[in-house]
Design a binder for this molecule. Structure first.
Ligand SMILES: C[S@@+](CC[C@H](N)C(=O)[O-])C[C@H]1O[C@@H](n2cnc3c(N)ncnc32)[C@H](O)[C@@H]1O
Length: 310
């Protein structure tokens, strides 16, 4: 087994990036076209309306899944107001790239050591945008950071917005978790029943608290070393199943390890994805190619640049 993971690229020394760059096929402004005609990946700034328009061409996405840097966690600290203004710019760009009937999901952090930022200000920003707030989902992150003096931070926030009348397939909600708790009693045709009798399904709905998704870590096949903010494929698969149609078009402007791109491939959706950083664009494309060639979801202990001897 290959056991030489790439170090976290945001924390590693600049020389590693400099050595990786020659092996990255995209430069800023360039677009990779999938030879199978399913997907496109661009190296661009998500706030650049012209570059995103070039990525979209005449197409409009029915779903956007965005996972921007969370300001205070993995990136250099910016002023909150500046961060929110930046979010407003890529939201506007996204609105132009979406169909009239569309869904938007945004992963965001809420730092409990710093006024829960940036979540509340982002919610306020979205109230001024032409999208309807639909759900505030929490995914349980099993690798939370803990302290004996506070509740362990295990949540990952996911906001869901829509405009028009987009698809929502409720079947995507059902988990593998059996119903074990009784719910409330209700009278149906004069007979008092409780919810275990009334429900059609044996398992519970995920609802807006997702507790059944394993956080990505190095033991998982889907692990992509070098990436520090990878989302689980299962979470993206659930969003795709709920809010996109087979063969539908999905947009993700913050590709990183390419989770949305790969989940779209696996679910039979088409994806337009992008990242500012040519190294993450390359990792996302290689992850898709690697899956097509081997069936693997990531590199577990290895990494995307193994063939170059890193
Ligand atoms: C939180 S990560 C996304 C993680 C991704 N969902 C995954 O599962 O791998 C954020 C990504 O956004 C990229 N990024 C930061 N600023 C950007 C910008 N202005 N435009 C496009 N991408 C940007 C970073 O390079 C990073 O790869």
């Amino acid at each position: 087994m290959h056991k030489t993971p790439l170090p976290r690229l945001d924390l590693s020394e600049e020389t590693l990036r400099t050595r990786l760059l020659p092996y990255c096929r995209l430069r800023p402004g360039q677009i990779w076209d999938d030879p199978r005609g399913r997907h496109r990946v661009a190296c661009l700034d998500a706030t650049d309306a012209t570059a995103v328009a070039a990525l979209m061409g005449r197409d409009r996405a029915e779903l956007a899944i965005h996972d921007p840097p969370y300001n205070l966690v993995a990136f250099a600290e910016r002023e909150l107001a500046e961060y929110i203004a930046w979010c407003g710019r890529w939201i506007d760009v996204t609105l132009d790239a979406l169909a009239d009937d569309a869904s938007l999901y945004v992963w965001l952090g809420a730092d409990q050591r710093n006024g829960f930022q940036p979540l509340p200000d982002f919610m306020m920003l979205m109230r001024a945008k032409p999208m309807r707030a639909r759900s505030f989902i929490t995914m349980r992150n099993q690798r939370g950071y803990g302290t004996a003096r506070n509740w362990m931070a295990v949540r990952q926030e996911l906001l869901y917005y829509t405009r028009g009348n987009p698809i929502f397939d409720v079947r995507a909600e059902y988990t593998d978790i059996p119903k074990i708790l009784r719910g409330y009693y209700k009278s149906v045709d004069g007979k008092v029943t409780e919810n275990l009798e009334r429900g059609k399904s044996e398992t519970i709905r995920a609802g807006n608290v997702w507790v059944d998704i394993q956080q990505v870590f190095y033991r998982l096949d889907e692990n992509v070393s070098g990436c520090y903010a990878q989302k689980p494929l299962k979470a993206i698969a659930r969003i795709l199943a709920a809010s996109s149609a087979p063969d539908g078009l999905v947009l993700d402007l913050f590709a990183h390890s390419g989770t949305t791109l790969l989940a779209a491939e696996l679910a039979g959706r088409r994806c337009r994805s992008a990242d500012l950083d040519p190294v993450f664009c390359e990792i996302a494309i290689r992850r898709l190619e690697h899956q097509r060639a081997t069936g693997r979801l990531g590199w577990q202990h290895g990494h995307a640049f193994e063939t170059e001897g890193f």
